[in-house]
Design a protein around this ligand. Structure first.
Ligand SMILES: [Zn+2]
Length: 754
């Protein structure tokens, strides 16, 4: 296949994908008969030769034979109206291909076997192909099921006298094994979606098509017929077209193959969304809401004064994160909206969707939800909103700090802004303790080791007289101790923990509230912690080190519904995958019953960390359900020097080792844990583990060694920590906690239980 041809728009072949040709107000894919007639006129006027998919595929195999002015018209699913539509196509002297979901033949609104017979009788100009039996995402179901869908739809059509030669992937979804199964089943070609233009170098088993929907303008169809308005279909190697699929498969595929990290092949300056981490520093970090369209993004010089080398864009549909776009942008001052739109269409757009803008947003949102719904049992689910009339929860935000006045104020400000915003999502009126329309809330800033601290004064200055902001002092070092003090002082039924350096996304509080309100069974909600900036190599490395969770896939973690063993062999000792202490919220009663954070773990102790992971594990082991909510996003400034990064990686290793040691020596479930150790150690050591896969090519071996060294000394650190903790607990001053509301009043004289 010619590489030259791939890059030449003059050879583009528009392959149009239609679904229903009908007037319909509720089906965004339906194209009205009048609009369709206009499209046919435009196709005839373009002078292109219409081919069936098999004719096109045969010519792809012999590039010399390909009429460079070709076009193909396809219809997916097999709606009842398809026969009439095809008649109008052939009446205009054009050809068409119809892909039928065989399980739906004869169903209401769908094509009948007699109509299929009529299509076959139309001869050369009309091809009928298979579109599976039941229209699943073939890349997401079991292998046997997948093969059955491909083979039985072929056989069902053959039984109706159809000479089946071509297949169409439902939802455009396929991967290598699906494609291989189609070839083995004897199909000569297959149609993908891609929302792209086909070309002489296209893959005949994944021919690029462009979805024409009720929203597609005649002008757009005209552009496509001129070989413009859509990217050329990419090669088969670039299969990862969906963020969720990519994220989900990442660990699985790596783990299975034992292969090294995915190599990154940049295409036209745009790299894949998972590979945003492959960009070199400095990388500008931005976000974009598809509902607002794709505006140009300006890139001023980076903090160092040098130009940015890349752009990382968090793409959201409203509040729902879809994924990252990674864009290589060496030394440019602007990344155009067209580049962003194309990257979005390539990498993140829901199947069949066009780049949404303005009024089209709700359709895109629906498509997005449909896509999510199809992911399966572990799909993202939109959190239901609180039942109307239910009182909104009182939420206590506990922010631990250690003499970081400026960042603490920034953090509290972002929480208050986010709580204010959550009221706009349907909170019900002012409640005691809340000046906003959202539910009532408070922010409890807990100062650990407050020597010479200016945090209290800074809070007084920033939030004068606001008694929703409270300040507590815990003199004895230890983040767990500080958090537990916050827990004890908290008045809310939901307690949210963050660190003072995070910045809350505007939708954060609303997402947490909605998650708890919609799921009474959920005891804990965690969310993504995203990089506030990627200005230095250290920050990029930290993101590669710390990128956790399942990306932007909403999912539950519980003993009742554990992840598949190949995904997380150490579950539930894989807490780092489902959240961390910088972004976690709990039902207060559950947390109190679990005695809060372990004071022998965490920053400020010899163990240095692990307290958050330990708690999340104990929540799951207690039989509770933890929900990872991708829209509950906070931003975190990663350390910007290698020194601090090394220190943090080492500390993380120690904390992890200490936490694992605790499970081993003291955990109530140590039998379960010990049983999982051999698997787990193999997993941690293999380059196939998801965490190691994310780190990617070029992750410094030195950092890996530091982390492992930390892991190795962690158990000893835990024992030291326990010993120190017992000594501290015996001190009379341990219960000393000084607290007051910033606005004036005292915290309430609640004794701090240790
Ligand atoms: Zn379909």
């Amino acid at each position: 296949m010619s590489r030259r041809a791939v890059n030449d728009p003059a050879t583009a072949i528009p392959v149009l994908l239609y679904h229903r040709i009908a007037t319909s107000s509720d089906d965004p894919y339906a194209v009205s008969p009048a609009a369709f007639a206009a499209h046919i006129e435009a196709i005839v006027a373009s002078g292109r030769t219409a081919l069936t998919i098999s004719q096109l595929a045969d010519r792809l195999a012999m590039p010399g034979e390909l009429d460079e002015r070709s076009v193909a018209i396809t219809f997916d699913d097999g709606y009842a109206e398809t026969l009439d539509a095809v008649r109008s196509v052939t009446a205009a002297g054009l050809s068409a291909t119809v892909y039928v979901v065989t399980g739906s033949i004869g169903a209401p609104g769908m094509v009948t076997s007699d109509q299929i017979g009529a299509l076959v009788d139309m001869g050369e100009a009309v091809e009928v192909g298979a579109h599976s039996v039941s229209h699943p995402h073939l890349d997401e179901i079991g292998r046997g099921e997948m093969v059955t869908e491909i083979v039985e739809s072929r056989d069902a059509l053959r039984a109706l006298g159809v000479p089946v030669r071509s297949f169409s992937y439902p939802h455009g979804a396929y991967d290598r094994s699906v494609r291989a199964a189609v070839i083995r089943a004897g199909y000569g070609s297959a149609a993908g979606v891609k929302n792209a233009l086909s070309h002489p170098g296209d893959d005949r088993w994944a021919i690029g098509r462009y979805t024409v929907s009720g929203r597609t303008t005649l002008e757009k169809v005209g552009q496509l017929l001129e070989g413009r308005g859509a990217p050329l279909a990419w090669q088969a190697e670039r299969l990862r077209t969906r963020a969720y699929r990519c994220v989900r498969r990442f660990g699985r595929e790596r783990a299975r193959s034992g292969a090294g990290p995915v190599s990154v092949a940049p295409a036209v300056g745009v790299v894949g969304e998972t590979h945003v981490l492959a960009l070199g520093a400095p990388v500008a970090v931005r976000s974009l809401d598809t509902r607002r369209g794709f505006a140009d993004i300006e890139l001023p010089p980076a903090r160092s004064g040098a130009p940015y080398r890349g752009l990382a864009v968090l793409v959201k549909n409203g509040d729902e994160p879809l994924g990252w776009l990674g864009i290589e942008a060496p030394a440019v001052s602007t990344v155009g909206g067209d580049v962003l739109e194309r990257a979005y269409l390539d990498q993140l757009a829901p199947t069949g969707a066009e780049a949404p803008s303005g009024a089209e947003a709700s359709i895109a949102a629906k498509a997005s939800i449909d896509t999510q719904a199809a992911v399966g049992a572990k799909a993202r689910r939109r959190p239901a909103s609180a039942p109307p009339g239910a009182a909104p929860a009182f939420v206590s935000h506990v922010v631990t700090t250690c003499n970081q006045a400026a960042t603490a104020v920034r953090c509290v400000r972002s929480i208050m802004a986010s709580e204010g915003r959550s009221g706009d999502r349907g909170g019900s009126g002012d409640k005691d303790g809340s000046g906003d329309r959202g539910g009532p809330f408070e922010v409890v800033v807990v100062e650990n080791r407050p020597t010479h601290s200016t945090v209290r004064e800074a809070l007084d200055d920033a939030f004068p007289g606001d008694d929703r902001v409270r300040y507590l002092e815990v003199p004895i070092p230890g983040a767990s101790r500080a958090r537990n003090a916050g827990l004890q002082a908290a008045r809310g039924e939901i307690v949210v923990f963050t660190d003072d350096d995070i910045v809350a996304e505007l939708a954060w509080c609303g997402s947490l509230r909605a998650a708890f309100a919609g799921r009474p069974d959920v005891a804990c909600v965690t969310g993504p912690i995203l990089p506030l900036e990627l200005e230095t190599s250290a920050q990029v490395l930290m993101e590669r080190f710390s990128a956790v969770g399942d990306g932007f896939v909403r999912r539950d973690y519980s003993l009742a519904h554990p992840p598949e063993p190949h995904e997380q062999p150490l579950f539930p000792y894989t807490a780092g995958y489902f959240g961390s202490g910088g972004n976690c919220a709990f039902r207060r009663d559950v947390l109190l019953a679990l005695d809060g954070f372990d004071r022998a773990l965490g920053p400020g102790t010899p163990a240095r960390g692990g307290e958050d992971l330990d708690l999340l594990i104990r929540v799951v082991l207690a039989g509770e359900t933890l929900l990872y909510e991708p829209s509950a996003i906070v931003w975190h400034p990663h350390p910007d020097t290698m020194e601090v990064l090394s220190h943090e990686v080492f500390s993380y290793g120690i904390g992890l080792g200490a936490m694992l040691a605790k499970q081993l020596v003291a955990g109530p479930h140590r039998v379960r844990f010990v049983a999982s150790v051999p698997r787990g150690v193999r997993y941690l050591a293999s380059s196939g583990s998801r965490k190691n896969a994310i780190k990617g090519v070029g992750y410094p071996a030195r950092l890996d060694r530091l982390e492992r060294t930390g892991l190795a000394v962690g158990p000893a650190a835990y024992l030291r920590s326990r010993w120190a903790e017992r000594r501290l607990a015996a001190l009379p001053g341990d219960a000393a906690v000084n607290g007051r509301a910033v606005g004036g009043g005292a915290v309430g004289g609640r004794a701090v239980v240790q």
